[in-house]
Structure formats: C-alpha cells, structure tokens
Design a protein around this ligand. Sequence first.
Ligand code: SF4
Length: 379
Amino acid sequence: MEQPVSIYIHVPFCRSKCAYCDFYSIANQDFIADYVDLIGHEIRQRRDYLPQGDVCSVYVGGGTPSLLPPEQLQRLLCAVRSEFNLQSDAELTIEANPDDLQPALLGAYRRMGFNRLSIGVQSMDDGELAALGRRHTAQRAVQAVRQAQQAGFGNISIDLIYGLPNSTIDTWRRTLEKALSLDVQHVSCYHLTVEERTRLHQQVQRGTVHVVDEELSVQQFNLLRQLTNQAGFEHYEVSNFALPGMESRHNSGYWLGRPYLGLGPAAHSYNGATRQWNARSLRLWADGLRQQHPAVEQELLTPIDAYNELLLTRLRTKWGVSLSDVERDFGVTMSRHLLQQADPHLRSGALMLFDNDVLLIPPERYFVSDSLLVELFAD
Ligand code: SF4
C-alpha cells in the first residue's frame, strides 16, 4: 500500500550568522538563482529515492527561506509540483525571519499555496536577541506575527529558545507570556545547545559567556510546560507544543517514520531502508548535481539501528512506542527486551508508563529522558 511522503528543501542562505547557529548556511546570496535551478536538477536526479506515494507535506527551511525572492520560491514549488503529486490538503510550510516578513511577501506566500508559517522569534527580550546575533527586535516579531495573521495565515508556529546565557526564570516568563498572547497555533521551544562550530562556543571557551545551570534549565522547562498547558497547548514532542489538531504534520512525519526527501546542501533523507545526507557544502552539492552524480552519503539501517531509532524518535512524543508494532517489525525477542529494560521504570511509575500496549515517557520527564533512552537501546 502506498504511504504518503514528505519533501524538505534546505535554503542555505542567511544575511549574517547568528552566534549559536550550527545549521549549514552561508552569508552570501549571489548564488540564489543557480541554487533554485539546481534544486530542480536534484528533484529529477533523486526523486526515485522515495517510495511511491503522494506528498503530504513540503517544508522549506534553512538557513533563511524568507531571503528568497517570491519568483524564485515560486520556481522552487513548481519544480516540486512538476515531479510529485501533492495531496490536495498538503501542509506547505515556510520558515521566515521576522525582519523579512512584510505584507507583500506574506501575500505572495499565500498565493503560492503556503498554508503554514514558522517564524524564528527565539526571544521576546531585545538584549537576548542581540546577544544571539538576531537581526530583529521583539516588537518586530510581534508585528510579523500580526501581519501574517492579517495575510490569512491560520497556522503559525513560532520558535523560542530557553536556557539562554543571562536568562532568568522571569525573563523566560516574560518571553513566554508575550509569545502565548499572540494567538499562534504552534510553538517550538528548544533549549540552547552550545555547538562547537559556533561563535557562542568560542565565547563560552573564553569565559565571556556563561551557560545556565541545570537547575535553571529545569525550572524554565517546567514553566514552559505550565504556561503552554494553561494556554491550551498540548506538549506532543519534547520541543513542540500545539493547539488541538495543529501538530506539525511535517515534523510528526520524522517522528513517526514517514519517508522524506531532503533537497539542498546538508539536507537529510529517509526512505524506510536507508538514510542519506547531502554534502554540507554548497559547492560540493552543486558540482555533484551538475555532473549528474549527487554528493550524497548513505547509511543502510540494520534492524538494530532501526529499532534504536524508533525508540529515540517515538518515545519523546505523545505517540510513544507500541509493543505490538515492535513485535511485528523486530520480532518477539526485541519486544521482550524492551519490556524487560523498561520494567524498573514502569514499576516506579516515575519515568515510564505502559498504557494499552503503548510505552510512553510522561511529557514532564522528557527533559531528563536521554539516559533512560540509552538504557532501552539494543546493541
Ligand atoms: S539561526 Fe537561522 S537565521 Fe541565524 S544563522 Fe542560523 S539559519 Fe541563519
């Protein structure tokens, strides 16, 4: 039976590099027109990686997709539509930076068919935004959300970051209260990670910036859960909160094992049997496509890899892991192994629950679930 598939398009351009960012992007936009042509080539060269199936979600992320002129974005979508059959109600998301969002651009997105907008708000504190190297202010972020709503977007997600240097429980509370007053449908909240290849990492190494301690991180996580819950959001994945029925269809696909094709440099793909990842270099990616030999690396998933990945992705979602699915896909030995490893935590009832064939980590425990997952893995 055919199953739906998803498409991710990575737009690797930014105006400048934010202090904490480890995503692949370059601060040079001269290549945008060529890049869009090359995405067309990539679709034609790699489309057979995906199993047959209609596309239920397209996600244009980055980088900064809102730097693409509307006519280039339109070409990008045309290239997708010419090679794939999109479901009539497909979710089409574009990520945008608040400072790029103007009414004309938002209107163009709507006319192109985008029905979901993901806005990189990050914080509602101008000092924190400046320290992160973001170009917008809190006021601009609020205005961007309002303008998106006026343009007709009824499915808006905002990204926020907690665990920021110099943040307190009060700064985080103010950010959350302001963000949740905006009538958005979805919030993605990530704890700051200091990645090695970033300016922030150098600042931490030099001692000019200090990361928050774990106690404050946990307090901020708990406050996040409390305020989103009061505002009617469900905590459906470790970093994601949605009003009823407004979960991200695209990201849910990653957690539920739906096949997806990732286009653009550094994009990842999955088709049920293998994972692929594109060269993390615009030049290598482009050269590969011009030579009709995409610069892609591939990993064949062993049953153990697939099992561990299932736990890693599912257990930090509201969907959890069905034991009968584990038995069907990996055999009775693995389902017994899982139950055995989970048993001490099920007995204490603190870290895991077993409900109607499904193993779950309660959302309030997501923050401390990494070591638990390692215990459950097979090797
Ligand atoms: S955080 Fe976003 S806008 Fe900033 S450099 Fe990274 S991809 Fe670009």
